[in-house]
Unconditional design. Sequence first.
Length: 239
Amino acid sequence: MESGEREEAFEKQDVGDLQRVYDYLRGHAEIREILLSGGDPLTLSNAKLCELFQGLRAARPGILIRVGTRVPITDPLRLDSETIAILNKFRPLRLSVHINHPRELSGGGDALDACVSAGIPVHVQTVLLRGINDTAELLAGLFRDCLDLGLTPYYLFQLDLAPGTAHFRVPLTQGLAIYRQLAARISGLGLPAYALDLPGGGGKIRLHENVICGERVTDAGRIYVLKDVSGREWGYPAE
Ligand SMILES: *Cc1c(COP(=O)(O)O)cnc(C)c1O
């Protein structure tokens, strides 16, 4: 085999693994979405990407393909017009791009703009990082820049407990305080969900402060007491 061909075709074992994925998807119509991530799928050649998407589409014509990637940020030139045409061809398909800081958009903005212009929805996932993006001002700037580019802020993740990353962790209560300030600064369109992957396999939960902070009986009847983003209390009928 020529070295060029070796780069273009999947290895025999990969073909076997992928075949098992396609077979599984064919047998499980209840699966509506497939998430391709980590290793970054967009580090594949265009030929391999095409082969992968063709296999998925053949198995399940309607399945939503989700591509988790950082390539538009780390290697924006990789997203050439051919790649974007491939992504477009295999819709329904959505990109989730990991972006932590507004400065990352200075290199990747054009590539992301090209995706959005081609009609490919792009969602943004951000990890809350101490000393990097742990202020409401910075995050509001990042998410406004995303909105300007047509990207949807989707998740603000509390840091996973990955070994060696503790120095990046923002304590949960501080994270919630930042999130509350962020919510007061930005429209709903620009506000991602603050979420945490529970250690030990508990799955993902959305983090929020308890907005219902009490219950009172008034002349007008029983009410719940709700707290707004600035801490002020409001009433809403309980029934
Ligand atoms: C949970 C998770 C997703 C998928 O999230 P949905 O809630 O299914 O949209 C994608 N990427 C990462 C890193 C996640 O933790």
